[in-house]
Design a protein around this ligand. Structure first.
Ligand code: AHG
Ligand code: MN
Ligand code: MN
Length: 325
């Protein structure tokens, strides 16, 4: 039987044909390829984690106050190297690094990338789907790049990219008005165009939240989730990017609210909420803090956390209305 991959376009072909012309002219394909190269390396390590010494933790604690897993560190190295060396990235910021990495102020380095190298780290040792998440910005001018250059609202992203290392390795690329999916063909190492112009289905299929935190939520959120519980099934992987990818393809709403212990929420604005809400909005969905569109939040800190509610726009709006009651 002919493999579907035989007739599918490659990542490079689709990006060259469909990404905004000004991005393609500015080396956007180079950034996307650098991200894809890093992800192929992480995918390979993930698939063989127990054989490649990629299980367990490093004993280090990162800027988030979280124990760094071996694969977190390997993923950080892989993506920092590929992005730093690709020749068009001026600066990058990574969940696992306290400070940004400044590469070059040259005008031919127009891109800035913020990323979560391995999302869902608690699932590495139990072989449950994890992923990587990237927010891509173009420098707003040719002035020297400083940390402030990385503190931009998510609406200014020129692209967002994420990967799920699951039953297959899938790469999702969003630019203004378009979201496409690519599946890694392991023998050729090519990401092939498996999901054309993704739009979130009109019908929400599930809600996704850590119900174990229910007693800590503020009353409005307890009431809002009670409504969701009465209407939808619950799906929760514990890897944001896996839960998000399911909701994007099948319809759904993901929530990680602030609570009495962490009113600002757990997830990070710069390299989790912003890129995924950029993808969601290009696919017809919505993303909010509960009181503000995620993409409008003006970041003050590189590793700033935020409450996150993202998925089907009508259901997100219902939750926001409930919270406002
Ligand atoms: P990371 O592994 O990059 O730190 O992200 C983990 C996040 C996110 O992937 C997931 O949705 C959330 O942590 C799960 O948190 P709980 O275990 O508290 O539900
Ligand atoms: Mn994460
Ligand atoms: Mn992470």
């Amino acid at each position: 039987m002919a493999d579907a991959g035989d007739s599918l376009k490659t990542l490079a072909e689709v990006v060259a044909e469909t990404a905004p012309a000004e991005l393609v002219a500015d080396g956007f394909l180079t950034v996307v390829s650098a991200i894809a190269d890093g992800a192929k390396h992480v995918s390979g390590l993930t698939r063989r984690a127990g054989l490649a010494g990629m299980l367990g933790d490093t004993g280090e604690v990162n800027v988030q106050g979280e124990i760094v897993q071996v694969l977190d560190a390997a993923g950080t190295d892989a993506f920092v190297t590929s992005l730093r060396d690709c020749g068009v990235v001026a600066a990058l910021a990574c969940e696992e690094l306290e400070d940004a990495v400044f590469v070059s102020d040259a005008a031919d380095h127009p891109y800035i990338v913020l990323f979560d190298p391995v999302d869902g780290s608690n699932n590495i040792d139990v072989a449950v789907t994890i992923g990587s998440i990237f927010a891509v910005y173009r420098r707003s001018d040719d002035s020297a790049v400083t940390e402030t250059s990385l503190l931009r609202p998510g609406r200014e992203q020129c692209a967002a990219v994420y990967f799920v290392y699951g039953s297959s390795t899938v790469m999702v690329v969003a630019t203004e008005g378009r979201v496409d999916g690519f599946t890694l063909e392991p023998t050729s190492g090519e990401f092939l165009h498996s999901h054309d112009q993704i739009q979130i289905p009109s019908q929400c299929a599930a809600y996704s939240v850590n119900e174990g935190n229910q007693s800590k939520w503020f009353p409005g959120m307890q009431a809002a989730v009670a409504d969701l519980r009465a209407e939808y099934g619950l799906r929760y992987v514990g890897s944001l990017v896996a839960d998000f990818h399911r909701d994007l393809l099948k319809g759904g709403i993901f929530l990680y609210p602030g609570d009495v212990k962490s009113p600002g929420g757990k997830l990070r604005l710069g390299y989790e909420a912003n890129p995924l809400c950029f993808v969601a909005e290009q696919a017809g969905g919505a993303g909010t803090t509960g009181t503000e569109r995620i993409l409008d939040v003006q970041p003050k800190l590189l590793h700033q956390r935020t409450p996150l509610i993202v998925g089907n726009a009508d259901v997100v709006e219902r939750v926001v209305a409930k919270l406002a009651e």
